[in-house]
Unconditional design. Structure first.
Length: 221
């Protein structure tokens, strides 16, 4: 996702705070952005570019592992609170979409962002997070009457390792795959729909899908 000029300043300031492990400043920046532009826009235009910037800084050696972990945990805390902070959001009690990262995938913050956006859009969503065993995921889907499943991974080999289990899952539930490790070829192989990196587009399609305005999650690359 391309960072817009308007988003560059808060992202840069957040990166400085993350390097300094300044939790008060980092939380204040998130709070101020959400107040000024709304939670959804803050997630798509600030949080996602910030997480990408932290990862790039770590790869360059400009950010320590400890600072990266700190940034992730503060962001996770803010996202978790944002998922339940909208009193006007429609009920999410029935027919949820289940979100998970398969075994071997520990980077789940992008999927958590998507979960928050779904919940705040009125789509029932249950977030299982990283390293979710796929048989356990299927059990959860059966137990709660899932209307569909979204599986995300940052590396193609994670999908490759679980292609058989994903095909089995797709025979029972509408399945979509996303994240940097997903592509349309893999989606076709496992019988899933490919969700592209533009989270706004993917969100719009999931909302239409859940409302019954489409026969499935149909998103082109």
């Amino acid at each position: 996702m391309t960072t817009t000029p308007a988003a560059t300043m808060p992202v840069d300031a957040m990166l400085v705070a993350a390097r300094a492990m300044d939790e008060r400043t980092l939380r204040a920046l998130l709070r101020d952005e959400a107040r000024s532009h709304g939670v959804n826009a803050t997630i798509t235009d600030v949080v996602l570019p910030f997480l990408n910037a932290v990862g790039q800084a770590w790869e360059r050696g400009d950010c320590s592992v400890a600072s990266e972990h700190f940034a992730s945990q503060v962001t996770r805390s803010w996202l978790t609170a944002a998922a339940v902070s909208d009193p006007d959001a429609p009920s999410t009690a029935v027919d949820p979409v289940v979100l998970a990262c398969p075994p071997g995938e520990r980077h789940d913050l992008g999927l958590l962002c998507f979960h928050v956006l779904l919940v705040r859009s009125g789509v029932p969503s249950r977030f299982l997070g990283s390293d979710t065993p796929l048989p356990g995921l299927a059990n959860v889907c059966r137990a709660i009457g899932a209307s569909g499943v979204v599986v995300a991974a940052t590396r193609p080999r994670v999908f490759e390792a679980h292609a058989g289990a994903l095909r089995t899952l797709a025979r029972h539930y509408p399945l979509a795959i996303g994240g940097a490790g997903a592509d349309s070829d893999m989606a076709e192989r496992v019988g899933a729909t490919f969700l592209p990196g533009d989270m706004r587009r993917s969100l719009a399609h999931l909302v239409r899908w859940h409302r019954g305005e489409a026969g499935g999650v149909t998103v082109s690359a």
